[in-house]
Design a protein around this ligand. Structure first.
Ligand code: ATP
Ligand code: MG
Length: 258
């Protein structure tokens, strides 16, 4: 079991952002966590990454990779994350190479060159080649486009060969080719055995390979289950509190106003 949440609550200052949510995600159970603005998605992400601690009552538990206690650095080696939050924190002169290498240390850009092993550098080179990062390595992060920055961050998250990869709104700000590239990358990651957990408010970001759905609304799990059963017009109208039209084409969903 990768993630086991039972009656987990979380506060953001005084706001109860997650209210006794329960779900499990098994290894290989590629999942999308979908919900409107303010539903609690980013809060859930912070719980997974241990940037925020849950409030657990007696009947509550939150296990990551089968354990409830973690050294954050060890945890972050097993779980890659790509988020806007992370992207914003890298707003500096750091070059693409160091963004990727900082993954080995789970830091925001702090690369301890003397600790990098030959094995590390081999992994680095294979990730660079896999994600075609070659032309970005010497460029300052702030000069890269949104899509290029995100590819560097994906590289950063992959150097530790994580079991799970958490993607927060991965296509925000991407143009059409970059978005298609994201679908190809998601497919490759899934094929290579990583469990992908996508967090978003857009159904068009869901790669066809993801089948498990957790719908969040007002800090609660609204519904969860199989994608085909859950992603219906009726359920999504209820989730987003709006009349909408849902279409499905070649495994890709899209929403238009009704
Ligand atoms: N730093 C904060 N201080 C106080 N309240 C917060 C803070 N961050 C989030 N909240 C509140 O917690 C709730 C959940 O917010 P969260 O950011 O998790 O939503 P979200 O699902 O990620 O939304 P979005 O789709 O807009 O990113 C919201 O009611 C929000 O106003
Ligand atoms: Mg959010």
């Amino acid at each position: 079991m990768l993630f086991n949440f039972q009656n987990v609550s979380a506060y953001r200052t005084t706001t109860l952002a997650l209210n006794k949510i329960s779900f499990t995600i098994e290894a290989g159970q590629h999942t999308v966590i979908l919900g409107p603005n303010g539903a609690g998605k980013s809060t859930l992400l912070k719980l997974l990454y241990r940037e925020l601690y849950p409030t657990l009552e007696d009947d509550g538990c939150m296990e990551l990779f089968g354990r409830s206690r973690w050294n954050v650095w060890q945890l972050r080696e097993r779980m890659g994350i790509v988020s806007l939050d992370l992207q914003r924190r890298y707003n500096s002169d750091i070059i693409g190479r160091d963004v990727v290498l900082s993954g080995f240390f789970s830091t925001i850009g702090n690369v301890r060159e003397d600790e990098l092993t030959d094995e590390n550098m081999n992994v680095f080179r294979s990730v660079v080649s896999e994600l075609q990062l070659e032309s970005l390595l010497e460029k300052p992060f702030r000069y890269l486009s949104t899509g290029q920055q995100r590819r560097c961050l994906l590289g950063r998250s992959l150097v530790n060969n994580p079991e799970a990869l958490v993607l927060d709104e991965p296509t925000a700000g991407l143009d059409v080719p970059s978005m298609f590239n994201y679908f190809d990358t998601a497919k490759k990651l899934i094929t290579s055995g990583k469990t992908v957990v996508l967090v978003t408010h857009h159904v068009h970001e869901i790669p066809p390979e993801i089948n498990n759905v957790i719908l969040l609304k007002n800090g609660k799990v609204f519904k969860q289950g199989d994608k085909q059963a859950l992603l219906t017009e009726e359920t999504l109208c209820e989730l987003f509190d709006v009349d909408l039209h849902l279409t499905l084409q070649n495994g890709h969903y899209s929403i238009t106003p009704k």
